[in-house]
Design a protein around this ligand. Structure first.
Ligand code: PEP
Length: 254
């Protein structure tokens, strides 16, 4: 049985004060969280404020970051390291988000280096993959997703891969209000699981948690979560609003 994960990616939104009050409000709206892992990924500057709010409310909400550098430390102006994230109370880190691939030229090679650094620590990586609209229209979904997996996971052992949470995020659905239908999402989640089965192992494939991301909202979460291979969601816009995010976390099982 795969435990569901609902992660909120706040992107470049919320000051420390806003982050603190959002988490306090969210914690008050959520139940005991026995069946679902809930992760909030604020900007670096608000990690500490999120950790404080989690501690004050004794909530099981976890804190995650949106990126990390692949070196342990050094002259890398503007970057943060794995140990800095751990020091701020982070337990998760998003890697390879399409916005980082597109606007900051992150490649699969860079993402692979980040994954190796993260996997040498107690952090859990959330690895994002997904095709653009053009690639989908050209019938390249499987090729794109397979090549992102091949590049991102290169050289990792099955036990390392088993620690990664995957997030299928079709680029055309991110921040556009255009969600993949549950059937489209399920089809790609199955492709990803099959790829893991073929290239890594059946055990890793059946245990892998694969989240869907792309305009997830209170209105579509129940149908998405009803799909057998969708194990949770990576939520952007709707995670900024505690009421909407709480409804997503409290998705109704089919
Ligand atoms: C995201 O940022 O990962 C995302 C899926 O954004 P949104 O939910 O706003 O589409």
């Amino acid at each position: 049985m795969r435990r569901a994960v609902i992660a909120g990616n706040w992107k470049m939104f919320k000051t420390r004060g806003e982050a603190h009050s959002t988490v306090r409000e969210l914690a008050a709206l959520l139940g005991p969280l026995d069946e679902c892992e809930v992760v909030v990924c604020p900007p670096f500057t608000a990690l500490d404020a999120v950790r404080n709010a989690i501690q004050e409310t004794a909530s099981k909400i976890q804190c995650g970051a949106q990126n990390v550098h692949w070196e342990a430390q050094g002259a890398f102006t503007g970057e943060v390291s794995v140990s800095m994230l751990l020091d701020c109370g982070c337990r998760y880190v998003i890697l390879g988000h399409s916005e980082r691939r597109e606007y900051f030229s992150e490649t699969d090679v860079m993402i692979n280096k980040k994954l190796r650094q993260v996997l040498s620590s107690p952090l859990t990586p959330i690895l994002c993959i997904g095709e653009t609209l053009r690639q989908r229209e050209q019938g390249l979904v499987l090729q794109v997703v397979a090549s992102q997996l091949e590049g991102g996971l290169a050289g990792l052992t099955p036990s390392e891969v088993s620690r990664i949470i995957l997030a299928y995020e079709p680029v055309w659905a991110i921040g556009t209000g255009r969600t993949a239908t549950p059937e489209i999402a399920e089809e790609v989640h199955q492709l990803i699981r099959n790829w893991l089965k073929e290239k890594i192992s059946s055990q890793v494939a059946s245990a892998a948690r694969i989240l869907y991301g792309g305009s997830v909202k209170p209105e579509n979460i129940d149908d998405l979560m009803a799909q057998p291979d969708i194990d949770g969601a990576l939520v952007g816009g709707a995670s900024l609003d505690p009421k909407a995010f709480a409804r997503i976390v409290n998705f109704r099982k089919a």
